[in-house]
Design a protein. Structure first.
Length: 162
């Protein structure tokens, strides 16, 4: 599951190629009404500055992928290494889409409306990311389908290595 758009005041873990989530990173209170064993709240943030003319703006931007410990939770009785690796892949998928956002921002020719142009690109990426996260959970049956889980593990590892 994916939660987006949190304020900057809360604790965040920055995605790194070598960093791996541990159950101790999941600090939120588990839901009593959810059947999920764990929930990973991750998302993409951006900031930028712009300079240029009315017709052509040059952007200096920063895009990061974050994990939100206080919005992420797990049920210890259901927790196991397979579920933790499934949750890690949710975080990794967010990074794949952060890279996609960086590529698009790099290639886009911005005008004096750069702020709204960037926001529209960002919203489009978040919609795609959300759909992809849902597809991942659906195809892996939330990690229960071990064959599909292995396929997704390889797919996302390849995407991160490109």
């Amino acid at each position: 599951m994916l939660h987006l758009g949190y304020g900057q005041a809360e604790e965040m873990v920055l995605w790194t190629p070598t960093g791996k989530l541990e159950w101790s990173d999941f600090k939120g209170k588990p839901s009593n009404i959810s059947n999920a064993a764990a929930i990973t709240a991750s998302g993409i943030t951006y900031s930028f500055s712009a300079k240029g003319t009315q017709d052509r703006m040059e952007l200096d931007f920063k895009v990061d992928t974050h994990f939100y410990p206080d919005k992420s939770w797990y049920k210890p009785k259901l927790a196991n290494p397979i579920i933790l690796s499934h949750e890690q892949l949710h975080f990794d998928i967010s990074e794949v889409y952060a890279r996609k956002l960086r590529q698009i921002l790099d290639k886009t020719k911005f005008t004096s409306n750069a702020k709204s142009e960037v926001k529209e690109i960002y919203r489009k990426i978040l919609r795609e990311l959300n759909d992809y996260q849902n597809q991942y959970d659906s195809e892996t049956n939330f990690s229960r389908d071990t064959v599909q889980q292995l396929i997704w593990n390889k797919k996302i590892k390849k995407a991160l290595n490109n």
